[in-house]
Design a protein around this ligand. Structure first.
Ligand code: GUN
Length: 300
């Protein structure tokens, strides 16, 4: 039997529509326009693509987009000074510093310079601590998008066995905290995990965020399990012609789709949800900053 395909692209469009309607209400009722500032240091091509796409979608939902593009050799002190300025700018409700930063910068220092109330990535120590202790916070965008899709598919996640493959601060760890918050029994697996296929086979929910192309195979998946593939890996695709490439996830989709109950494709699964959740976090941050009711269904 073939798994249900979880359409992240369609779901992300619904989230963006909800954001847009909340933005319109903020403007009409309170004369407030949410603003998102993105700081990009250097010329990393993938980061440039993400930032362009973020800016376009920010404007599409009716928010202000402020882009700060700095040269790769910008001194760390200048980036910190810019963040300080954005922290104090009442028109800026969300600040995102695109990662990775150039090697000469202390990423922890820069990330933690962002005012936690404007930290729409949810990467600062205080927001991570709030998430870990089950308190209201800014939830990192990719895991938030994964949780939204899981809740939409399952309703309640209570009591389900979940395995998160990958222990990054951006995805694996916050994903595990969110699943625990929804009363799953959570295992965090990683590259050193013994008998990984057996660990994955126990799971009702598999979140693959390990960064290795097509590593999770169909015969690792418990029949009927829900598979969320966070991986975005570019691989050679000689079948499409010389020098051609294609995007694949961390899951071997072709074998997993025959075993899973539901699965996210790559592209078109988790990816579009990440930017939608960034916009959701920005409108949530703006509502909180103005002492207004938060939009429903856009955060946990
Ligand atoms: N680089 C890759 N993913 C992300 C993300 O979610 N946030 C930021 N700030 N940078 C990234």
């Amino acid at each position: 039997m073939s798994a249900e395909i979880i359409d992240g692209k369609a779901f992300a469009a619904k989230v963006r529509a909800k954001v847009a309607s909340h933005v319109a209400r903020l403007k009409a009722d309170h004369d407030i326009q949410p603003g998102l500032a993105v700081v990009l240091v250097g010329e990393d091509p993938a980061s440039q693509v993400y930032v362009r796409s973020k800016g376009k979608m920010t404007v599409e939902v009716g928010m202000n987009s402020y882009e700060h593009k700095l040269a790769a050799d910008t001194p760390e002190a200048d980036v910190l000074a810019l963040i300080e300025r954005l922290n104090n700018d009442a028109d800026v409700h969300g600040i995102l510093v695109q990662l990775p930063l150039p090697d000469h910068m202390n990423e922890d220092l820069v990330v933690n310079a962002v005012d936690p109330a404007k930290d729409v990535d949810g990467f600062s120590i205080s927001n991570v601590g709030l998430l870990a202790t089950g308190q209201k916070t800014m939830v990192p965008c990719t895991p938030l998008g994964c949780l939204m899709m899981l809740r939409e598919h399952h309703g309640s996640l209570s009591g389900l066995d979940a395995v998160v493959i990958g222990r990054s601060n951006i995805v694996g760890k916050p994903m595990a905290a969110l699943l625990l918050g929804d009363s799953c029994t959570v295992t965090i697996a990683h590259s050193r995990t013994k008998d990984l296929p057996d660990v994955v086979r126990r799971a009702d929910i598999v979140v693959a965020a390990v960064g290795r192309a097509e590593m999770v195979l169909g015969d690792w998946i418990k029949p009927g399990a829900t598979v969320i593939d966070v991986g975005i890996n570019r691989i050679d695709a000689p079948e499409r012609g010389e020098g051609k490439t294609r995007l694949v996830g961390d899951v071997d989709f072709d074998s997993a789709v025959d075993v899973a109950g539901a699965i996210t494709p790559v592209p078109g699964g988790v990816g579009p949800m990440t930017i939608a959740c960034l916009l959701a976090n920005t409108v949530t941050a703006c509502s909180r900053a103005n002492g207004l009711k938060e939009p429903e269904g856009l955060t946990v």
